[in-house]
Write a protein that binds this ligand. Structure first.
Ligand code: AMP
Length: 354
């Protein structure tokens, strides 16, 4: 067990880092956040902030030597940076999960090997592979970059032959996959956690609605059959165990024709788990800090029904109106600049559990 007063290093200073640092402070830890951008959301809530590039090895060394354990709040940290940090201090979750989730092809291969269903997919490295993949998978389909994609970025939906011709003419970069479009009825996610003793806890699956590829709301409980809820939890546990994982893992699933299809896994706390801050005694942020610190896991049982709504862009201007609802728990990220679609905060609305 990491002693109280230890320092946790967090790579990335966004809202997830901010909420992790608040949870860490509650347990008596200090946080040291490392973030290339100035004035990050997590800087305001952490004991120490380093503003430096991920390629600044002097700053990385100082950071790594100042902390007792390192975690991260987003996946796309350069592997050389992680190699360097890891030569000094342990990183949780470990590199295996990151390697898989950083690359959509590795991720889908891993899930398939585990016997889980994904959208049909093929790797696309050139025009010939692209045309071949369209022939085999058919349309509608989605061409996705293998790496660095998030919130629907780096994705093109392909619905007709003209588009195939157009992309064939301009396709230059390698490292893509083509995914068949899943005809889903609902999107759900399971926020799961595992500690070094192999103990696992999963929060109730939430039902997610997206707007332009960005999560808008998560509603708990998901309105799906009980058996699917159990299956989703077992599926997440299977992934955690296969990865010998330590920390919180988000598992995004489609429900299609009564079956669970894995969309992607995120080796970190997850936007669709923000409802746990007000619906549970121990939330996803505390579970993550507990897991990476070698503490026993908390009880993730849910006490309320919750709707989590992301405040995107100018939605933040409605804060005063939202604040008039006494059952609306507001969480703002302290971002200085509002941009369309930018995650500025979220609100958890609570309802009695029936
Ligand atoms: P992703 O960044 O891959 O999670 O994609 C963002 C959103 O796009 C998902 O939450 C889905 O709503 C949608 N999407 C992505 N891939 C597929 C797919 N193969 N079939 C249907 N919808 C998809």
């Amino acid at each position: 067990m990491l002693p109280i007063g230890s320092t946790i290093g967090i790579l990335g200073g966004g809202q997830l880092g901010r909420m992790l640092s608040v949870a860490a402070a509650q347990l008596g830890f200090k946080c040291h956040v490392y973030e290339p951008e100035k004035n990050p959301p997590a800087g305001e809530t952490s004991a120490i902030l380093t503003t430096a590039l991920y390629t600044d090895y002097t700053a990385l060394e100082k950071f790594a030597k100042s902390v007792d354990v390192v975690t991260f709040e987003f996946e796309n940290i350069p592997s050389k940076t992680l190699d360097y940090i890891e030569s000094i201090v342990e990183i949780f979750p470990d590199r295996k999960a990151l390697k898989i989730s950083q690359d959509r092809l590795f991720e889908k291969n891993f899930l398939t090997k585990l016997g889980l269903e994904t959208a049909p997919y093929l790797k696309v490295d050139d025009v010939t592979e692209f045309k071949d993949a369209v022939k085999k998978i058919g349309t509608p389909a989605i061409l996705k970059t293998r790496t660095m994609g998030y919130d629907g970025k780096g994705q093109v939906k392909i619905t007709n032959e003209d588009q195939v011709k157009q992309i064939s003419k301009t396709f230059k970069t390698s490292n893509h996959i083509l995914e068949g479009l899943v005809d889903f009825t609902k999107e759900i996610s399971v926020i799961s956690v595992r500690n070094s003793k192999g103990e696992i806890s999963c929060f109730d699956p939430g039902e997610n609605l997206h707007e332009n590829g960005v999560l808008k709301t998560t509603t708990i409980p998901a309105q799906i059959p009980r058996a699917l809820i159990t299956d989703a939890i077992l599926l997440a546990s299977k992934i955690l165990t296969a990865l010998d994982y330590i920390g919180v893992l988000g598992v995004e699933l489609f429900i299609s024709k009564g079956k669970l299809i894995v969309n992607e896994i995120a080796p970190r706390v997850h936007n669709s788990g923000h409802w746990t801050q007000n619906g549970c005694v121990i939330d996803q942020f505390e579970q993550h800090i507990r897991a990476i610190s070698g503490w026993p896991l908390g009880d993730g049982v849910r006490y309320m029904n919750v709707t989590m709504e992301n405040l995107l862009g100018n939605d933040i201007l409605n804060t005063e109106i939202i604040s008039q609802d006494a059952r609306a728990a507001i969480h703002l990220y302290g971002k200085k600049e509002t941009r369309p679609g930018r995650k500025m905060g979220h609100v958890n609305r609570l309802f009695p559990k029936n």
